[in-house]
Design a protein around this ligand. Structure first.
Ligand SMILES: C[S@@+](CC[C@H](N)C(=O)[O-])C[C@H]1O[C@@H](n2cnc3c(N)ncnc32)[C@H](O)[C@@H]1O
Length: 294
């Protein structure tokens, strides 16, 4: 950078990003990071940048870009740098207390949406267990404005974030801090529901080697990992909870570990659920389960 000039061109910053990050990320990924930062920090879109390559940023903004660059070098996820992630057409605050919402979870929300639209239930009562950012609960509350939505998490930090996300997206969700593994069957805070949904922790320790640093180093362990010797611990407990707390005809939805799809299906069926079905994500992996309580 030219030390005498107070402003730096975005184009030069872009080239600097490409050079600095070339060994860590592919070119297209760096482009995407840079465009996301331009949008978040200086409100410049990708198209505006293409049309106006001479656009400049102030020293203060340049400093923000440089800090973001250092974070990217340390493999911090771009969503944590910007502090936001998109999910099902809504924007969610994300931070070190929350998992970054994933596209496969959008597919789960999509499944619930089309089922609830088909059923046409008035004021469906929904509970989301392990809510994180609140992405599932808040999207469903946004899609079904008369729904009564409850969201549970063990993490106070996640719940505070989810609460802000509900306000930001102008929906009403009741948040409850609880350890679902320790919930008693007759817990007075928890009533009857038409839908129980959960994307619980399901990654085994033995799968850690498949996981990239940006996830391993930054996303919360409590959101991700389970032990190798009891990987379905959450599915076991939440299925029991759901069987107890679902109305007759109520539906349980899970996001699942693709490597444990059959085992998860057998476990859920063993709890007394009927019509337990698996669904593949767009990549052809079994990532979702649905079970009906007759
Ligand atoms: C895989 S993340 C899912 C977050 C969010 N629902 C999503 O789909 O992006 C699992 C969530 O479960 C929460 N969690 C972990 N252990 C829990 C427990 N024992 N009781 C309740 N929630 C728990 C974590 O804090 C985390 O937010």
């Amino acid at each position: 950078m030219d030390a005498k000039r107070p402003f730096m061109r975005l184009k030069e910053l872009h080239i600097h990003f490409q050079k600095t990050l070339a060994a860590l990320y592919d070119r297209e990924e760096v482009n995407n990071f840079f465009f996301m930062l331009c949008q978040a920090f200086v409100n410049v879109t990708r198209v505006q940048l293409a049309l106006r390559p001479d656009l400049e940023v102030t020293e203060q903004d340049e400093q923000r870009f440089r800090e973001a660059l250092s974070s990217l070098e340390r493999e911090t996820p771009i969503q944590y740098i910007i502090g936001e992630a998109h999910f099902y057409d809504l924007l969610f605050e994300v931070n070190e207390h929350t998992l970054i919402p994933r596209p496969e979870t959008e597919e789960l929300v999509d499944w619930i949406k089309s089922d609830l639209q088909d059923i046409g239930l008035q004021k469906p009562k929904i509970v989301d267990i392990g809510t994180g950012t609140g992405c599932i609960a808040i999207s469903l509350a946004h899609l079904f404005s008369d729904a009564l939505v409850t969201a549970i998490d063990i993490s106070a930090g996640a719940l505070e974030t989810a609460y802000r996300n509900a306000e930001k997206n102008k929906v009403k969700v009741s948040f409850i801090q609880k350890d679902i593994l320790a919930v008693a069957p007759n817990d007075a805070d928890l009533g009857k529901y038409d839908v129980v949904v959960s994307n619980p922790p399901y990654v085994r320790e033995l799968e850690k080697q498949e996981i990239k640093n940006n996830v391993l180093l930054y996303e919360p362990d409590t959101a991700l990992f389970v032990s190798d010797d009891n990987p379905l611990i959450f599915y076991n407990k939440i299925s029991d909870f759901a069987f107890e707390h679902l109305q007759p005809g109520g539906i349980l939805y899970f996001e699942i570990n693709q490597y444990l799809a059959e085992e998860t299906k057998l476990l859920v069926a063993s709890k007394g659920f009927k019509e337990v079905s698996l669904r593949k994500d767009i990549y052809g992996n079994y990532r979702m389960l649905k079970a009906i309580k007759k």
